[in-house]
Design a protein around this ligand. Structure first.
Ligand code: ADE
Length: 232
């Protein structure tokens, strides 16, 4: 590929990838540092978007406009929404949707943005297949799942909210950026994939588990994304 964009919301999620890059040039825009260079033989732009859907959407649009990326990968951590998806496991997005969009008053299903024709944003199947193969190779001890990712401007850390999101979205995990990247990628007709390692169970234990397992979870996504670059 000519250029691939890699977004992480937090510095911890992208710093190890940036360390692996060579021939880097930094471009600053909207308060974000876009690090362009070579990542394992692939030209790439790695960027910390900041947390939340608005930051992630802006970041994706800049990747499209300024760097003409041919694909976008969002890497990071998430809360599990399924009992069998454990801390450290990986979820690859089949699609993404926003669990906090509510225009039911106008007859739209929960999650659907009024006057947009789609409820969820389809992720790229080829990127997902590659990620699955590579994940089994580089992270053989963990499980990799393919399913929906639900995003919202909310850190989910209680059982009631978790249950509500599961019922409304049937998602496998929840985080705060994936569907905004999905929406921006959809509008720009750019293939994308969300890759998330589980840091917590998005329930009352999340406050304890999140800081404990954040680093370990990130290592799994970094291994996966950097090996993917060699295969693109
Ligand atoms: N990212 C990691 N864990 C999360 C959670 N429980 N809710 C939202 N975003 C997250």
């Amino acid at each position: 590929m000519n250029m691939i964009g890699i977004i992480g919301a937090m510095e911890e999620e992208v710093e190890l990838l940036k360390e692996k890059m060579t021939d880097t040039v930094i471009v600053e825009k909207a308060g974000m540092k876009f690090v362009k260079g070579n990542l394992k033989g692939q030209t790439a732009v790695v960027v910390r978007s900041g947390i939340g859907k608005v930051n992630a959407g802006i970041c994706t649009q800049i990747l499209a406009d300024e760097f003409q990326v041919e694909a976008v990968i969002n890497t990071g951590i998430a809360g599990s929404l399924k009992a069998e998806i454990n801390i450290g496991d990986i979820v690859l997005s089949t699609d993404t949707m926003q669990h906090d969009v509510d225009a039911r008053e106008f007859g739209y299903p929960l999650g659907q943005i009024p006057r947009m024709e789609t409820l969820a944003f389809e992720a790229d199947e080829n990127l997902r297949k590659l990620a699955k193969e590579v994940c089994e190779e580089v992270n053989p001890d963990i499980q990799v799942f393919e399913g929906r990712v639900a995003s919202g401007d909310q850190f989910v850390a209680d059982k009631e909210t978790k249950e509500r999101i599961i019922e409304n979205t049937q998602a496998y995990c929840t985080e705060m950026e994936g569907a905004a990247i999905g929406q921006a990628a959809y509008l720009n007709k750019i293939p994308y994939l969300v890759i998330r390692a589980i840091s917590d169970k998005a329930d009352d234990s999340a406050h304890v588990d999140y800081p404990t397992f954040e680093r370990q979870a990130i290592r799994h996504t970094v291994n996966l994304v950097s090996r993917m670059m060699e295969c693109l």
